[in-house]
Write a protein that binds this ligand. Sequence first.
Ligand SMILES: [Zn+2]
Ligand SMILES: [Zn+2]
Length: 274
Amino acid sequence: MLEEAAVEFPVDKRLFALIALALMWTLEGWLPFFHEFNERGKRYPHAGRNLAVGAFNAAVMVALFAGLVVYVAAGARSAGFGLLPWLGPHRLGLPPWAETIAAVLVFDAWMYLWHRINHIIPFLWRFHRVHHSDPRMDVTSGVRFHPGEIALSFMARIFMVPLLGISIGQLAVYESILLPVIMLHHSNIAIPPGADVALRWIIVSPNMHRVHHSDWQPETDSNYASVFSWWDRIFGSYRWREDYRAITFGLHEFQDEAWQTLRGILKTPLRKDE
Ligand SMILES: [Zn+2]
Ligand SMILES: [Zn+2]
């Protein structure tokens, strides 16, 4: 079971992510929400930096931690440990697919909580602000995370996976949904406003996540959900606005171009706060 899961896990989700990324990038070229983000000479350098950070995270961080997550998940499942096996099909008489739906929902709720914690605890925010300091927002912003944040997220996941008792197969299903949704809600595609509102009833739409990337703190500290928009509605952190085109992306203190180079991105957690 361990070997099978180890092979299955990274291949699927990376493929889904790459297909979604290529598709969104193409659509952004044809139908951009902010036309200025497609300016010649700016779109590619911006994407290049974000993709370089994302590729490093995918190659190095996932190689370091993904195997450990698989190991911990398989160990917990075979011991029958964790919330989901406890609630699971045997106890409630539900089919296995129902447990997978429960696993997807429970893990998405954890992702909401973890994201919110990243905005509250100053040490975690130092790393997470790399995702927010991007002054332009397109599909490549969806992979712009400091390697330190990825490492910290994996460490938290190593505890949460056995506590929830989520299997590697269920985690793979969740991530196969999560990654394309992340690509979609960061993308600079001009989705008709009515379609964005409709999408938002179920998943995090581009306009909903644009508010999260606003440089105005009450908006930065809102709309934390990853896949399902419900968590923000349930826990009172949902925000919307009328004029999504007037949003200024980024963080005031990282507007200087020096923070947007690869070196600047990697040094962002070390910046002293005045
Ligand atoms: Zn955030
Ligand atoms: Zn984001």
